[in-house]
Write a protein that binds this ligand. Structure first.
Ligand code: SF4
Length: 247
């Protein structure tokens, strides 16, 4: 049962968006009862978590603890437990694979090359995600089109050929302002790093605060070019080069 009266908490435009969002999530549950939200515990994922838990939807929420997350990010798990009385399922990398990679390349090899960075993401993110998605018909993400050049043509739903299941991006058409208006109006818990210049938060050594005017994902793997900035979780996203955009 929905506990949030969005017509009271949100302005008319956002209330309509919220009703549309909960309808989208209910439709996903109807079509794919085993669908799950892959949460990075970032702002968008907290909006989706609230929409799922507050609506009483029986959809699982899981996250990937890479072993390199900020303490503030891990603290969101406690905030969710306190607020909703529900647990986020946590998947972790295979310890032996991490140990082997670190022994061979060092603990900070991701700064040395895109290949080594992707190898680390493969071990700490992609493999655990594959385990989390195994046997499911669909997954849900908090990606938005406005987040970066690699997400400009993001669909609301798509056939995810990378992982071999259906993928829903129910916030694809939400703006940054929509996300934060909902968080503030509904009192949704969020990662305090967002208040310290981190609009996009990944692993601690691979994320920095951004400067005014920078792309929202400029702080992720900031030493790489913008069109390589996906970790493998959303490898199907179309890369739009700066040349193609004409700027
Ligand atoms: S974001 Fe950085 S630390 Fe995290 S898995 Fe990828 S390369 Fe490794």
């Amino acid at each position: 049962m929905t506990t949030t009266d969005v017509s009271v908490e949100l302005d008319a435009g956002l209330a309509a968006r919220w009703r549309d969002l909960t309808a989208r999530l209910a439709d996903i549950r109807r079509r794919y009862p085993d669908a799950a939200l892959a949460s990075s515990l970032a702002a968008e994922d907290m909006v989706l978590t609230h929409a799922i838990y507050d609506s009483g939807l029986d959809l699982e929420v899981f996250t990937l603890d890479t072993g390199r997350l900020h303490a503030e990010t891990l603290g969101v798990l406690d905030a969710v437990r306190e607020r909703y009385g529900r647990e986020v399922t946590v998947y972790r990398p295979i310890a032996a694979a991490v140990d082997e990679h670190v022994a061979a390349h060092g603990a900070f090899a991701f700064y040395e090359s895109v290949e080594l960075r992707k190898a680390c993401c493969q071990i700490r993110k992609v493999e655990p995600l594959k385990r989390a998605l195994a046997g499911r018909g669909a997954w849900i993400t908090g990606q938005r089109r406005a987040q970066s050049t690699t997400r400009g043509e993001l669909a609301l739903e798509e056939d995810d050929k990378t992982f071999g299941l259906y993928k829903f991006n129910p916030l694809a058409d939400w703006s940054e302002e929509d996300v934060w208006s909902a968080i503030r109006a509904l009192g949704i818990p969020y990662n305090p790093l967002h208040d310290q210049g981190y609009p996009s938060i990944g692993c601690e050594p691979c994320t920095r605060a951004i400067r005014p005017g920078e792309d929202l994902r400029a702080g992720r793997w900031w030493w790489e070019s913008s069109d390589s900035k996906e970790c493998g979780l959303h490898a199907g996203n179309r890369v739009i080069s700066i040349a193609a955009r004409g700027d």
